[in-house]
Design a protein around this ligand. Sequence first.
Ligand SMILES: Cc1cc2nc3c(=O)[nH]c(=O)nc-3n(C[C@H](O)[C@H](O)[C@H](O)COP(=O)(O)OP(=O)(O)OC[C@H]3O[C@@H](n4cnc5c(N)ncnc54)[C@H](O)[C@@H]3O)c2cc1C
Length: 446
Amino acid sequence: MPKLELTYKELPPCDVLVAGGGSAGVSAAVSAGRSGAKTVLIEKSTFLGGMATGALVTPMMKNALDAKNILTKGLFLEACERLVKAGGGATFKDGNPGWFNPEIYKWVLDEMCIEAGVKLMFENHLVSAEIINKEIKKVFFINKSGCFSICAKEFIDCTGDADLVTLSGISYESGKDNARQAMSLRFMMSNIDLRTFAKWLQENDKSGDSPVYFLDNGDILLSSAYTFEKDWTLKSFFEAALKNKDLKKEDAAYFQIFSVPGSPGLIAFNCPRLTPENKTLDPLNNEDTSWVLVQGRQMIKRISAFCKKYLPGFSSSYVCQIAPNIGVRESRRLIGQYVLTANDVLNGKKFEDSVANSNWPIDIHPSNINEKGQLRHPPKDDYYQIPLRSLLPKENEIKNLIVAGRCLSATFEAQGSARIQANCWAMGEAAGLLASKRIKEPVTKS
Ligand SMILES: Cc1cc2nc3c(=O)[nH]c(=O)nc-3n(C[C@H](O)[C@H](O)[C@H](O)COP(=O)(O)OP(=O)(O)OC[C@H]3O[C@@H](n4cnc5c(N)ncnc54)[C@H](O)[C@@H]3O)c2cc1C
């Protein structure tokens, strides 16, 4: 029987080790790198961006009080500006700068990291950590050529699933009782006559659920949606398709689409959403995620055929991409020095150690088709903040670990708001800055 030999090698040490290269991880690595820290980013996929690219989560949701008062600036805005320059970004008419093409985003993120001096290590899966005296000394990861370790002074967990938190044996939680956020398997269709579809939406959208924006460069930005809960503009198509059995109930339960800047004829789908009646799916259970992938692709087969048959401008369209990764809205969350709560979000709570401002609502997608979702907003014209303490393990736990992104220390409900990409960028930026500061002043570690 041939044996798979795994070699082991210790790689040169670095100052800051970032695990996971999604929005938070890229931001953390770039800010640490720009502050002069020797930074390594370990990513299990073949590209950066995490959910934004691998799960096709485009566009980024608006995080602003109004068109002029954007709540996230810094590296987030820089990434948006770079996307525009690269021909894959645009600002919507409501002032949201976060419309983007996920493929172009991949090289924009590479460039930001490389320019900041970050060493990128793709196709590396973080699998273990060595802890001595409440400090992480090194992490272990595997790739096709073997098992490797790297020592670092500071570690930032941006895996979305709090993998490094878990490997370090510190406190976390996942879901809430039996409740989970639904997973989705997103996809894109191409060769759509976007002008025809946009005109149809403009003529038929009475409730403002399908905004359309014609840009000077010829791009058309638009979005539309359908659920069972209200009279959406697309309702008659869904009713007909359900009656004709072209769609199943679960295909029609949640449908949302967005066009993509710099990509004429392309539509990105924020669906299908996997919400079985008889079980609660766990994004960390491999049997469940394998089921999601197979069922999700069957749903995409039906939804894309529905679009081709029923929607104006879609007759020559085709599926051009199914997300390589499942869209996971929440999994493990650190229980850190401060646990952000629903009340903090809903009351617009401010903190002295704030790292992010947000007015995105608590946005819970139920994991069961028979349950209703939640959309609960912070006070009008106000916002809440995420404190740095929500990125830090409890004081008696690991000293040189920071967490950023959707696995922050927040309740299930508060995470349903804090998880948007703009916030992940802001958390990552603060985490990278803190890590490089602690390297320069190790005695004042918080
Ligand atoms: C279906 C869906 C719709 C959404 N809609 C929106 C939206 O419209 N607008 C918006 O702004 N946000 C939206 N979100 C939320 C947002 O996209 C995510 O919360 C955010 O992108 C998370 O960023 P992150 O960096 O924290 O984590 P991720 O993007 O998940 O990045 C984690 C990274 O870590 C890597 N990784 C994980 N484990 C390991 C390991 N052990 N070793 C090495 N690498 C590892 C992963 O490959 C990944 O690259 C949506 C999310 C989903 C799933």
